[in-house]
Design a protein around this ligand. Structure first.
Ligand code: ZN
Length: 365
């Protein structure tokens, strides 16, 4: 995720912190300073944040461990102010499994809430619990309070909250997955609107959450739709087959001409029948600035590049394209370069597919 920093690696899973988590820390520190005007209080607040951080992390590991039970590993965990995000290798296909994976996180908070309750009961901290906020009360009281808030937020039935996934899993038991996602996303955005309105009137923090929920809902809905549209389609049907290649011995000025006169931005570089590199637009610009137009293409091209086989599925290749952060993936069939795939042409393919779908289904708008 953008704007995140890696802070640890636990049980083979990279743990990232999102920059907005720092906004939360700043907000808490500021609140302590305003109410108590002492650096000790601010330090106290930092300890509180670290404990909160630990709770969120445990919550995320709840998801990861549940997913592991169904044979799904976790790529990484990102901690956000409203909770965390575990990026699973894939989403569970069976709705019942998704339900368990989604519930496992909040279940950790439920268990913690029970422990805190007993602890507070034994230490006499329950008597004045109603006065507790994130800045007032003993450390234990505040941590117990924050844990409850996290639990409640995560149960809001909207993406990216766990409640949204629980809702989708329930819906997916009764309807098709894409439909379930869309319904859940719409319900989630309804909640976001309510939060936004209530936030405007009472608490600006809710606007912040509304924003997250709105983005989360639309992201989830479009990524599921794209996946569904791309699945089961071989790359052969969507790749560019009319494309230009450049020769290993040509000059950068030839590549510049090719860019100006055609639609292509990146070119496979050939040495005879073999593809030896790819010349990207940025590498061309750099090469031109550094070595001038008479320099050889070979000096500017990228020798390592991600490829795909013509029989692979569009869904897989599109994921590879996103993961490598590259613009073009060359497609091979029996070691012969037969096509190129770019994000734009996958986008065009999706557009055409959806137009065809609309024309064959007059009820859909
Ligand atoms: Zn969660």
């Amino acid at each position: 995720m953008k704007w995140s920093w890696k802070v640890a690696k636990i049980a083979g899973i990279d743990v990232f912190i999102h920059s907005t988590f720092l906004i939360l820390i700043a907000w808490i520190g500021f609140s302590y300073w305003i109410t108590q005007r002492s650096l000790i209080a601010v330090a106290n607040g930092v300890i509180f944040i670290l404990l909160l951080f630990l709770i969120v992390l445990m919550h995320e590991f709840g998801h990861s461990l549940a997913a592991k039970k169904f044979g799904i590993s976790t790529r990484d965990i990102t901690l956000l102010p409203i909770g965390g995000l575990s990026r699973l290798e894939r989403m569970p296909k069976v709705p019942k499994h998704e339900l368990w994976v989604a519930l496992a996180g909040p279940l950790v908070n439920v268990v913690l809430a029970a422990i805190f309750f007993v602890w507070l009961y034994l230490t006499g901290g329950l008597s004045n619990i109603t006065n507790t906020t994130v800045v007032e009360g003993t450390l234990l009281q505040r941590v117990a309070y924050a844990n409850m808030i996290l639990l409640l937020f995560n149960l809001i039935p909207a993406f990216p909250m766990d409640g949204g996934r629980v809702l989708r899993a329930f819906l997916a038991m009764r309807m098709e997955y894409t439909q379930a996602t869309q319904t859940a996303a719409t319900i989630g955005q309804g909640f976001a609107l309510i939060f936004g309105l209530v936030g405007l009137l009472f608490n600006p923090f809710l606007i912040f959450i509304a924003f997250f929920v709105w983005i989360g809902a639309s992201q989830e809905s479009s990524s599921v739709q794209v996946k569904e549209a791309l699945s089961g389609i071989p790359i052969k049907r969507a790749m560019l087959t009319q494309f230009q290649t450049l020769d290993y011995n040509q000059r950068l000025s030839d590549a510049a001409d090719a860019i100006l006169t055609g639609y292509q931005q990146e070119f496979p570089v050939m040495k005879g029948d073999e593809m030896v590199g790819i010349l990207t637009r940025s590498a061309l610009v750099k090469g031109l600035a550094k070595d001038g137009p008479t320099a050889n293409i070979a000096s500017a091209m990228d020798k390592s590049f991600v490829t795909a086989d013509a029989n692979e599925m569009l869904e897989i290749v599109s994921e590879r394209l996103q993961d490598c952060g590259c613009h073009t993936v060359p497609i091979f069939d029996n070691e012969q370069l037969v096509g190129l795939v770019t994000m734009e042409n996958i986008g065009e393919f999706l557009m055409i597919q959806s137009a065809i779908k609309r024309s064959s289904n007059p009820r859909a708008v």
